[in-house]
Design a protein. Sequence first.
Length: 366
Amino acid sequence: MSAAIDIATANPLALVREDLRDFGGYRSARSDRLQGDVWLNANESPWPNLSDREGTLRRYPDPQPQALREALSALYGCAPAQLLAGRGSDEGIDLLVRAVCRPGGDAIVVTTPTFGMYAVSARLHGTRVADVPLREVDGEWRCDFAGVGAAALAQGARLVFLCSPGNPTGALLPSGDISALAQALEGRALVVVDEAYIEFADAPSAVRLIASQPNIVVLRTLSKAHALAAARIGSVIADAGLIEVLRRCQAPYPLPSACTDEALRSLGRDAALQTRTRIATVRSEREALAAALAAIPGVKRAYASRANFVLARFDETQAAFDRLLAAGVVVRDMRALPGLDDALRISIGTPEQNATVLAILRGARA
Ligand code: PMP
């Protein structure tokens, strides 16, 4: 096989929908980087709204502010050209499905129980969802990587969605297995590693794997560890060519300027230092909560977690859920998910909130 053919098959751009490879997308008023003092090219208001004290909101925002791209790429350890910022990782998932899978065709692979949006985006696009469920071995969740690879090839899947640490399992996936899967699927599928919770795992990101395995795509977010869920800032990190294609598929002005400003402030020195402290607290609270839950009669199992939540199985799940709710504590009922018909997912709260959860659940058996 010649070197030229190797490069072509390794290029993740080969996995983009053929009809979108030269798609230019919408050309917004910000697309041409023109210079001027009087801006009359975007049908914006020449005057601010009375409510707009700074007088800055009348202009459309930069679609991909360079300062934000630089700050996020420094945070995640990639080049700015390898990163697309968007409205949460949710938008990244949707963009990937739309850019890679043909409408009404192709397939994705998921590993249930997992985050629901992969299947939702696929379904909205008319794309099939193949499931290779996680396996529970001695109380630990394992991904059947060989099964995922085989299913992707058999189903002609263009995308494989892995979640590490997993939601709702909390389990981290071994990076060697992720690399090997991506290598096996080179030229056939993109392997998307959703790292929404990786900050809580104290483990290296799959971002570093992209250099040797360019069909790996990583999703990151400011919604969890950075405590900015309402700002809706997520990132897709991938091969620069692929990022450029996704950018052309994205809505014209995806990032409200107030959200960009907030994100930049959150990555400043003091806020970033405090974020690290919060993450450390979540980790120690998580270990304490999982251990304490496991010791409560009526809790069948509390899974070890690398994220900011604990998944637990109960003898009487409805009673536990109701008891918590009656005390004003809302946890996530997981019983609709296959294999989790007795499980609740409890996000890590403040130490006081976690103590309340434990007190209620202990009381539930009294
Ligand atoms: N991925 C996973 C695994 C999640 O749990 C969530 C949010 N629940 C998301 C992505 C979406 O996050 P964002 O706020 O960045 O859209």
